[in-house]
Design a protein around this ligand. Structure first.
Ligand code: PLP
Length: 458
């Protein structure tokens, strides 16, 4: 085997051998992908030894840095025991422990596993539909999602996704679904608060449900932050109110926390911020001593991305006792007959358990509050820059829009940042930071300074 030591060695071969995701391959003639040889905490290091700060957590998955010793050792330990076994007819300690701990954390239970975020969306949609069918309401087959929502790109998930560039080409293959008004506070009228706007969006959805609840199985939302829309944020009262609306009209609420789960928005799960606001329904699910936070809002929660700390593909859907009970029967076909080959993979589950251990041992949610404040302070000059609009922050996500952005802005910004050691990928004219939870002041200063520098030259 040829030894390859520099970036250049890899570029022709990747162009020929691969089909890169979310990429027009012809554009790779002009823009080479970054060949990454290794990682170290929040840093990515190429084959020429250059270092780049991973400001987007490798597509929002990495929580505790690359080559994290605690996660590494959990996976290595599991490797010597069992790497994988079929989960139909078998079970194992890592998947049981992970399911128990996720139930404790969410108040929902009966974890059903997939491999990617999109497969979690598919599972939640199918489960909701099948629940109504098992409950004698087979007419409830429709789904509602939000304008500019994103839930993955397999056909079922794409049906509830609303990003034209990903969706329009495949429209003839997709099921119709309804897209409701987004609670994104940037769309508020002048003088209207984020909270008032969120309440208006929830009321608008209710108007639609008044006429369509009989044919609707579930509403699916990205709680607090619509990521792919460009980190569009909304007031948590939207979740509180949406729960009430779903209760009134007998429709499930699916919380897609694939991007926002595991501490991203400042709480372990984003739904918790809607649950602390008073809700008249007083819903309780899960076992003795379970936190009822997520279950006070959602009937289903979809988890993936950060669940393994960005190590291995794993997703999970947790739901209520009520949903589970509707499938529990002597008749096989009333069960949830869905599967993926790598369902409940032990290595991935061990990585996830190590991630939950780190959350506990390092008091991560607390520590991130301080990190979040510190970086927000360091971004003061960026925030006040005349080209910056709608500066926003939720926990460990920061975003702003750039006024009068020229065509190609996102690519140009990406390239300029890369030359200064920062790996960042704006969405349209939105620049966002979603760093791993191991960044310290020097890395924060680098992100703030490089961003300010680039803004000055635009
Ligand atoms: C990334 C994402 C998905 C899809 O996850 P994949 O692992 O990319 O299939 C679904 N929903 C949300 C909110 C996401 O951010």
């Amino acid at each position: 085997m040829k030894t390859l030591t520099s970036n250049a060695d890899w570029l022709d071969r990747t162009r020929t051998a691969l089909w890169h995701p979310c990429t027009q391959m012809k554009q790779l003639e002009a823009t080479a992908p970054l060949p990454i040889a290794r990682g170290e905490g929040p840093w990515l290091i190429d084959y020429d030894g250059r270092r780049y700060l991973d400001a987007i957590s490798s597509w929002w998955v990495n929580l505790f840095g690359h080559a994290n010793l605690r996660i590494n050792s959990a996976i290595v330990d599991q490797l010597s025991q069992i790497e994988h076994v079929i989960l139909a007819g078998c079970t194992h300690a890592p998947v049981i422990e992970l399911s128990e701990r996720l139930a404790q954390l969410t108040g929902l239970g009966h974890a059903f596993y997939g491999s990617d975020g999109a497969s979690a969306t598919e599972i939640a949609l199918k489960m909701s539909f099948h629940y109504w069918r098992n409950s004698g309401l087979p007419g409830k087959t429709g789904f509602v999602s939000l304008k500019n929502g994103y839930h993955g790109e397999t056909l079922g998930a794409l049906s509830v996704t609303d990003v034209a560039l990903f969706k329009d080409t495949y429209a003839p293959l997709l099921r119709q679904s309804h897209q409701a008004m987004s609670p994104d506070w940037r769309l508020a009228e002048p003088g209207e608060s984020a909270e008032t706007y969120a309440l208006r969006a929830a009321a608008d959805l209710e108007v639609w449900l008044v006429d369509h609840a009989d044919s609707t199985a579930a509403v699916i939302v990205e709680p607090l932050v619509q990521g792919a829309a460009g980190m569009a944020m909304h007031h948590p009262v939207y979740l509180t109110r949406l729960r009430e609306v779903c209760d009134r009209h007998d429709v499930h609420l699916i919380a897609d926390e694939i991007a926002v789960g595991f501490g991203r928005t400042g709480t372990m799960f984003a739904c918790e911020q809607g649950a602390v606001l008073p809700s008249p329904s007083g819903r309780v699910a899960g076992g003795e001593g379970a936190s009822t936070n997520v279950s006070a809002i959602a009937d289903f929660i979809c988890l993936s991305k950060g669940i393994t700390g960005g190590y291995l593909p794993l997703s999970a859907v947790l739901t209520t006792e009520d949903v589970y009970a509707a499938f529990y029967d002597d008749e096989t076909a009333r069960g949830f007959l869905h599967s993926h080959s790598y369902t409940g993979n032990p290595l991935a589950c061990r990585a996830a358990l190590a991630v939950l251990d780190i959350f506990g041992q390092d008091n991560v949610i607390e520590a991130n509050h301080a990190r979040s404040e510190q970086f927000t302070t360091l971004l003061a000059e960026v925030r006040n820059h005349p080209k910056v609009r709608h500066f926003r922050n939720a926990g460990m996500i920061w975003a702003f829009d750039v006024a009068d952005a020229q065509p190609g802005f996102s690519q140009n910004f990406h390239r300029m940042a890369l030359a200064k050691g920062l790996f960042i990928r704006p969405i349209g004219n939105t620049v966002y930071f979603m760093p791993p939870y191991v960044i310290e002041e020097p890395e924060m200063r680098l992100m703030a300074n490089v961003t300010l520098d680039i803004l000055q030259t635009l």
